[in-house]
Design a protein around this ligand. Structure first.
Ligand code: SAM
Length: 294
């Protein structure tokens, strides 16, 4: 497994603090809207007696969502500047919403303290030891409690787009070396791969950090190994990846493509929990329940 240090991951995300919530593309808004729909559909409104931990909360998108549904929410992240952004979104002091800097691999909370944990936005792919983070998440949830985990996945059309990018001299903007795009297709098919993910530095230089792309079976097995049972599964961006994700994530996507993509995104919502689309998304979302006893 190839990973980047937590410090370099934190630095890279800290640099994104100003623009993280400024979504002008179509890829990320669809992703966040889908997560929001899953959260509201899976976790109906509650009182602050129900405690949620948002692991890798970033600017607090899911934290604030859970809080708006009535839960008591704690958000943790290694990127201090994103934590500041998450805090700044509270218009007034709220005793039931707090944020702190902490690593997913070492959660500073007692066993079974939370009813629900959420870990969305590809967080686990950046954690040097995602199994350790999953074990921590399972530990801080009470027996019978639930989790919502989302990971970026390996088997989707981006594999072909990245290859096509190399064959067309860079039409699709993947900037993935040819060898790597081939390797991502042919190496051990039962396991995920570690890809180099580009982050732009303030001086415009591009820094590549490793991110793990999971297979759906791999993340399910890793969740089950720490005592979770899978309750529901769904994919995001399986149909919409009929276009390169690099195009859909581009803030200046031409208007004509924006119009054309709308029905495709609706279709994506419609079919993403069914096979084969379930296995072919760019993201895989699991609703989990912690066993009542170990
Ligand atoms: C793409 S962001 C997702 C943030 C948020 N959950 C969302 O959906 O907008 C990934 C986040 O994972 C955080 N992260 C990466 N490694 C981490 C670790 N070891 N512990 C805690 N957070 C981590 C990053 O700092 C970043 O905020």
């Amino acid at each position: 497994v190839r990973t980047s240090s937590s410090d370099s991951v934190a630095d890279a995300f800290n640099r994104m603090a100003e623009e993280y919530d400024d979504l002008q593309d179509v890829w990320y808004p669809h992703f966040f809207r889908t997560i929001e729909r899953i959260v509201t559909g899976t976790f109906p409104s509650a009182t602050p007696a129900t405690r949620v931990l948002d692991v890798g909360c970033g600017t607090g998108l899911q934290s604030h969502l859970f809080r708006s549904l009535g839960y008591d929410v704690t958000g943790v992240d290694i990127a201090a500047d994103l934590i500041e952004k998450a805090r700044a979104k509270c218009s007034e002091p709220d005793a039931h919403l707090r944020f702190q800097v902490a690593s997913a691999m070492d959660l500073p909370f007692a066993d079974g303290k939370f009813d629900i944990a959420v870990c969305c936005g590809g967080v686990l792919g950046f954690v040097p030891d995602h199994r350790k983070a999953l074990a921590e998440i399972a530990r801080i949830i009470r027996p019978g409690g639930r989790a919502l985990i989302e990971v970026d996945t390996r088997w989707n059309l981006d594999l072909l787009w990245a290859l096509g990018d190399n064959l067309t001299g860079g039409w699709f903007g993947y900037e993935q070396p040819f060898k790597e795009s081939v390797k991502n297709i042919v190496t051990r098919r039962d396991r995920g791969v570690d890809i180099r993910y580009p982050f732009t530095k303030l001086d415009g230089e591009v820094e590549y950090l490793y991110s793990h792309l999971f297979t759906t079976r791999e993340i399910e097995a890793d969740c089950e190994a720490v005592g979770f049972r899978v309750e529901a599964r769904r994919a995001i961006h399986s149909v919409s990846n009929i276009l390169p994700s690099t195009w859909l994530a581009h803030p200046k996507l031409p208007g004509i493509l924006r119009k054309l993509i709308d029905p495709v995104l609706k279709l994506d919502n419609h079919v993403s929990s069914r096979l084969p689309f379930l296995r072919l998304g760019n993201s895989y979302v699991l609703t989990l329940r912690r066993a009542l006893s170990d």
